[in-house]
Design a protein around this ligand. Structure first.
Ligand code: ADP
Length: 448
């Protein structure tokens, strides 16, 4: 069973570890597909826009200025440093116009597209037979609203060649060449794509959570089954062991009584009867424990009444009489405990029995009270209980010694029943203990 659980856990971890990257890969591919689709659509739309008259009108404005500049430059009226300044002067108004143009196109507006046009090189040739002058190379903004931290994609590039004017008849022709490159960018690109993919993302996360939850439940279920199987085996072992001793003793006592040689002395007869009585009581106690533990109805507290310290002392004295080897110290500082006598007796019987069973030779019992509750403390100097067991010892059938080890007899029902009684009275039981340091059980029962 243990191996089965380990295999299942390993299988689950491997499946989830394999499933997560596969899903991640599919999501990444879908993201790329979305991006490719969006880019293709935007470029196509921009190309269409570039052929419309509206964009031509905007472009003519800077082209006219450029042609004027080239002409002035050939005549020596301006320097190359003036070109960026002139272009910058008109870029704001052109940008506004272009943005309006983009906004009218629903496909582009949908993607929040910004469109930018740059002069990437400008050359002028006063004499076409001679090498050209470079007016500008780099990236000079003509129009657009692009911010610097947005990734730009190239939309198109064009080269515009034109002549300025002849400087005179027979004079060499003056010409210029301006290369412009247009870019587009999409604001909040990742956000936009993720928003479009949100359905798919949510679905894949839910699927993964569902698979993990399914695995978790299956493993939990298997562990619970293993626990139940272990408890069953332990219980059968314990109960067999518990009944073996009294049955063995009864067998001997009955055989002694059945002796036909009439050699039985009065004392032997008395002893045999006492053995039968004791073992009978012991078996009845065992039966009672098992029956009480299997009770589905709650413990009735209807017979509750004030139990005085003297009555408690009597319960303890009965126990002390049958265990003369144990030192019992009592400190009674309470008026009364409001409980059913039988229930309080069962609590003491179980706690004191356990103290003896688990190695104590001194037991301290203290009774005290506050305004609201009566506090019972039973401490012993026995073998103690490791901290990790504290939460479990009140569980049905739980024993610290597991498997078929029986240094101390028991069915793992004593503390379970004690806890059930205390719960019925709305009380609390706490344990302070550690291995080799004795145990101390503190019970608080509300005052009536
Ligand atoms: P059991 O029949 O095994 O005694 P209990 O429910 O009374 O069942 O106790 C549960 C387990 O708690 C025991 O198996 C034992 O290991 C541990 N235990 C209970 N009381 C003491 C104690 N006073 N000292 C040490 N161990 C204890």
């Amino acid at each position: 069973m243990k191996r089965k659980i380990y295999f299942l856990i390993a299988g689950c971890v491997i499946t989830v570890a394999a499933l997560a990257p596969i899903q991640g890969y599919f999501i990444y591919n879908t993201y790329k597909l979305y991006a490719k689709e969006a880019n293709a659509k935007i470029t196509q739309e921009l190309l269409r826009l570039e052929t419309t008259g509206e964009l031509d009108t905007i472009n003519h404005k800077w082209m006219r200025k450029t042609k004027q500049f080239m002409s002035d430059y050939t005549e020596g009226k301006v320097t190359r440093a003036d070109y960026p300044r002139i272009m910058k002067g008109m870029s704001d108004s052109l940008s506004g116009e272009i943005q309006q143009c983009i906004a009218k196109d629903s496909a582009l507006d949908n993607y929040n597209v910004t469109y930018t046009n740059y002069v990437t090189s400008a050359l002028v040739c006063k004499d076409t037979t001679k090498p050209a002058d470079t007016i500008f190379t780099g990236k000079m903004l003509l129009y657009g609203t692009n911010t610097q931290n947005v990734v730009e994609s190239k939309a198109s590039q064009s080269t515009w060649r034109d002549a300025t004017k002849r400087l005179g008849i027979g004079a060499p022709e003056s010409a210029f060449e301006v290369v412009t490159t247009r870019y587009y960018s999409i604001a909040n690109w990742e956000k936009q794509v993720f928003a479009r993919m949100s359905g798919l993302l949510i679905f894949s996360v839910l699927l993964l959570v569902f698979v993990v939850a399914l695995f978790y439940l299956s493993i939990k279920n298997l562990i619970t089954q293993k626990k139940i199987a272990d408890i069953k085996t332990d219980f059968i072992n314990n109960i067999t062991h518990e009944f073996q001793t009294p049955l063995g003793a009864l067998d001997i006592a009955v055989k002694t009584l059945q002796r036909k040689d009439n050699m039985l002395t009065e004392e032997q007869f008395g002893n045999s009867i006492a053995i039968i009585e004791r073992q009978n009581r012991r078996m009845q106690k065992l039966f009672a424990q098992v029956t009480e533990a299997s009770l589905t109805t709650g413990i009735e507290t209807g017979q509750a009444q004030p139990i005085s310290c003297e009555e408690v002392q009597d319960m303890i004295s009965d126990f002390a009489l049958s265990h003369p080897e144990i030192t019992i110290e009592c400190e009674m500082n309470a008026t009364a405990i409001y409980m059913d006598k039988f229930h309080l007796g069962t609590i003491f019987a179980n706690l004191l029995d356990n103290a003896v069973k688990y190695g104590a030779d001194t037991i301290k019992i203290a009774l005290s009270e506050t305004d609201k509750e009566t506090i019972i403390t039973v401490s012993d100097n026995g073998m103690g209980i490791a901290e990790k067991e504290h939460k479990l010892i009140f569980d049905k059938f739980y024993r610290v010694e597991k498997g078929n080890i029986h240094t101390a007899k028991g069915l793992g029902l004593g503390l379970y029943y004690v806890k059930q009684i205390i719960n019925a009275y709305k009380g609390i039981i706490r344990i302070e203990s550690d291995k080799g340091r004795g145990s101390s059980f503190t019970i608080s029962i509300p005052q009536a």
